[in-house]
Design a protein around this ligand. Structure first.
Ligand code: ZN
Length: 163
């Protein structure tokens, strides 16, 4: 390697190195772009996978189509909330199974609350539609990691922004 090329590369490396913190700070402020990926094999309407560099929301378009536009919007807002809250399933690992599911259920309620707040005044109808849907499920739940419909409805209503 010639000396001038080495210098050029050193300068380039220094430039890249210097510009990186600024870019990182910006990415942190705005947040990395969330990719939405359709997956017809998904067994849930949507699932968020938080990763600081490339968060992804997988959704099943066939299952989504069974719900109203308001509910679809809420489900997506809920998944975006999981990402905004940096929820990882692994954070709930360890300890007894009861603790594991309680931790996951707490995260579900946090995401519902964040979604209701984030939808704000403009999205009030969306959040109310979700609260109505979950209230209709009553004590029923899809699985052990989700709280009952009643609990989710109550959480959403308690997190609606004031009128
Ligand atoms: Zn969730």
């Amino acid at each position: 390697m010639t000396r001038s090329l080495t210098i050029a590369m050193t300068v380039l490396a220094a430039t890249l190195g210097a510009s990186r913190p600024a870019n990182e700070a910006r990415a942190e402020a705005v947040g990395p772009r969330v990719r939405e990926i359709a997956d017809r094999a998904l067994r849930d309407v949507a699932v968020a996978v938080y990763d600081s560099a490339s968060p992804v929301i997988y959704y099943n378009p066939d299952l989504m189509a069974r719900f109203s536009p308001e509910l679809r919007a809420f489900f997506m807002a809920h998944e975006y909330a999981h990402i905004a809250l940096k929820h990882r399933r692994s954070g709930a690992l360890g300890g007894e199974p009861g603790t594991f599911y309680r931790s996951l259920q707490a995260k579900e309620l946090e995401a519902d609350c964040h979604a209701a707040r984030d939808l704000g005044q403009d999205g009030r109808a969306t959040a109310l539609a979700a609260a109505g849907f979950f209230a209709g499920l009553g004590q029923a739940r899809n699985d052990l990691e989700h709280p009952s419909g009643s609990a989710r409805a109550a959480k959403i209503l308690s997190c609606l922004p004031p009128l």
